[in-house]
Design a protein around this ligand. Structure first.
Ligand code: NAD
Length: 428
C-alpha cells in the first residue's frame, strides 16, 4: 500500500529531530493534528438538483497563534491532503516567525464544472459549515489552488453575515476593495523571487546564463516565471494542467500570460485554456518538463510531482519548491545523492502567508500600507529567515529542507515548552 501524504510529510520531522533539542512532549504534540473537521455541504445546482460536496478544515497546531492556511477546491482533495497541507503551514509560519499556527481547508470539487452562482453557493455553504471553527483569533483561511480573491471575498461576506458584524480579518487574500492587501496577489511568487535572488549568488550563476523551467502556470507559477524573466533569467519551459511549452532560447513569458488571460469566459475563471496553444514553441508534457536539462527547476503546481519514480531523471542543479510538497521524502534522498540543491516549500513559498499576515495586521489596525511598504517588509522577512537556514545547512552539512525544519522546530518547541511540558516542569 502506498504511504499516505501525511505519513510522508511527517518523515521530515524525523530527519530534523536529530539536530534539535526539543522535548519529547513537544515532539509528540507536533505529530498529531489538533483538530480536524469534516463537513457535508448541500448546494442547490442551477438545474434545481441538490448536490452534496465534502469539505474539510484542519487546525494542525495553534501554539504560536491562530491557525492560518488556504482553502483548496480540487477534485482530489482528501482529509489526508488537507492534514498534510496544515502540517506544512505550521512549519511555514514558524520558519517565517509569523504569530500563527498552521491550518488548511479544502472542498472536493472540480470548480471548472460549476457556474459562478453554483460556486458562490458552495463557498457560502462551506463557510456556514465551518463558521464556528474559524475567526480572526482562531483560524484564518486564504486562497489556495483553484480559489481566488473573488471566492475569498464571498467567504468574508458570509462569515460577516453569520456574525452580524463586518469581519475582514477572518480571511486573507480578499479583493482590495473588501480589505485585501496590496501585493497579496503576487506575494507567493515575490517571496520566492527574494529567496532566489538571495541564494543564486552562492552558486555563481548569473541570471543571463541560467535556464529555468516552471511547472504550473497559475497564481504562483505564472508570476514567478514573469519575475524571473524580467530579472534576466532564461525561462525556457512552462506548463499547466494540460501540458507545456519549451524553447531553448527562452520563452516570451508576458506574451504567454497575456494569452492565458485573454481566454476569459465564464469557465475561464481558472484560465482553463492551455499554454500549449502558443504553438510556435515545442509542446512538451508535464513529465518532460520536470526532467529537462535546465539549471533551475520550479515546481509550482501540485504535490507529489517528483517521486522515487522520476527523481533519478531530474537534471536541474537547483530546485525551488514554490508548490507545497512537490517532492516526496523518498525522492528527496535521491536528489540529495545526485547533489541537487532543494530549497523547500516551507521557506520558498512562504511569501503568500507572510503578506496574508500583513493583510490581517492592516485589517486589525485599520491602517493600510502602500505596495512599496508591503514588498519592502516582505523582502526583509524572506531574506532575514533564509540566511540563517543557509548557514545552518552549510555548518551542519544538512539539506536546506532539514535546516528549515530545524529552524521551525526550535521555535515551535520553545513555544510548546513555555505552555508546560514534562521537561519544563522538571527543569529548575
Ligand atoms: P492556481 O490554481 O492559481 O494554479 C495552479 C496551476 O497548476 C494551474 O496553472 C494549473 O493548470 C496547474 N496544474 C494543475 N495540475 C497540474 C499538473 N498536474 N501539472 C502541471 N500543472 C498543473 O494555484 P496556485 O495558487 O498557483 O498554487 C500552486 C501551488 O502553490 C500549490 O501547491 C499551492 O499550495 C502553492 N502555494 C500557493 C500559494 C498562493 O498564495 N497562491 C501560497 C503558497 C503555496
Amino acid at each position: 500500500m502506498s504511504k499516505s501524504l501525511f505519513a510522508d510529510a511527517s518523515q521530515r520531522l524525523e530527519q530534523a529531530m536529530k539536530y534539535v533539542a526539543i522535548s519529547e512532549d513537544a515532539l509528540e504534540h507536533l505529530k498529531h493534528p489538533k483538530i480536524s473537521l469534516s463537513v457535508s455541504i448541500p448546494v442547490r445546482m442551477d438545474n434545481g438538483s441538490l448536490r452534496i460536496f465534502q469539505g474539510y478544515r484542519v487546525r494542525y497546531d495553534d501554539t504560536r497563534g491562530p491557525g492560518k492556511g488556504g482553502v483548496r477546491y480540487h477534485p482530489n482533495v482528501t482529509l489526508d491532503e488537507v492534514q498534510s497541507l496544515a502540517f506544512w503551514m505550521t512549519f511555514k509560519c514558524a520558519v517565517l516567525n509569523l504569530p500563527f499556527g498552521g491550518a488548511k481547508g479544502g472542498v472536493t470539487v472540480n470548480p471548472k464544472e460549476l457556474s459562478k452562482l453554483e460556486l458562490e453557493r458552495l463557498t457560502r455553504g462551506y463557510i456556514d459549515a465551518i463558521a464556528d471553527f474559524i475567526g480572526p483569533d482562531v483560524d484564518i483561511p486564504a486562497p489556495d489552488v483553484y480559489t481566488n480573491p473573488m471566492i475569498v471575498g464571498w467567504m468574508m461576506d458570509q462569515y460577516s453575515i453569520i456574525r452580524r458584524q463586518l469581519t475582514p480579518a477572518v480571511v486573507t487574500g480578499k479583493p482590495i476593495t473588501l480589505g485585501g492587501s496590496l501585493g497579496r496577489d503576487t506575494a507567493t511568487a515575490m517571496g520566492a523571487f527574494f529567496v532566489i535572488e538571495a541564494m543564486m549568488p552562492k552558486f555563481d550563476m548569473p541570471p543571463q546564463e541560467t535556464s529555468v523551467a516552471v511547472q504550473g502556470f497559475g497564481n504562483a507559477g505564472a508570476h514567478i516565471a514573469e519575475l524571473l524573466s524580467k530579472a534576466g533569467y532564461k525561462v525556457v519551459a512552462v506548463s499547466d494542467s494540460q501540458g507545456g511549452v519549451y524553447c531553448k532560447k527562452g520563452l516570451d513569458i508576458p506574451r504567454i500570460r497575456q494569452f492565458k488571460e485573454s481566454q476569459k469566459g465564464i469557465k475561464a475563471l481558472y484560465c482553463e485554456d492551455s499554454v500549449c496553444k502558443v504553438v510556435e514553441h515545442e509542446v512538451i508534457t508535464n513529465e518532460q518538463l520536470l526532467t529537462l536539462d535546465v539549471d533551475v527547476l520550479i515546481p509550482a503546481a501540485l504535490e507529489n510531482q517528483i517521486t522515487e519514480a522520476n527523481a533519478k531523471e531530474i537534471k536541474a542543479k537547483i530546485i525551488f519548491e514554490v508548490a507545497n510538497g512537490p517532492i516526496t521524502s523518498g525522492a528527496d534522498k535521491i536528489l540529495e545523492e545526485k547533489g541537487i540543491y532543494v530549497f523547500p516549500d516551507i521557506l520558498v513559498n512562504a511569501g503568500g502567508v507572510t503578506v496574508s499576515y500583513f493583510e490581517w495586521v492592516q485589517n486589525r489596525s485599520g491602517l493600510y500600507w502602500t505596495l512599496q511598504e508591503v514588498n519592502q517588509r516582505l523582502k526583509q522577512k524572506m531574506v532575514e529567515e533564509t540566511e540563517p537556514i543557509w548557514q545552518m545547512s552549510q555548518e551542519l552539512a544538512i539539506s536546506m529542507r532539514t535546516a528549515a525544519y530545524v529552524h521551525a522546530l526550535n521555535r515551535l518547541g520553545e513555544a510548546i515548552n513555555a505552555k508546560g511540558t514534562r521537561d519544563y516542569y522538571l527543569s529548575k
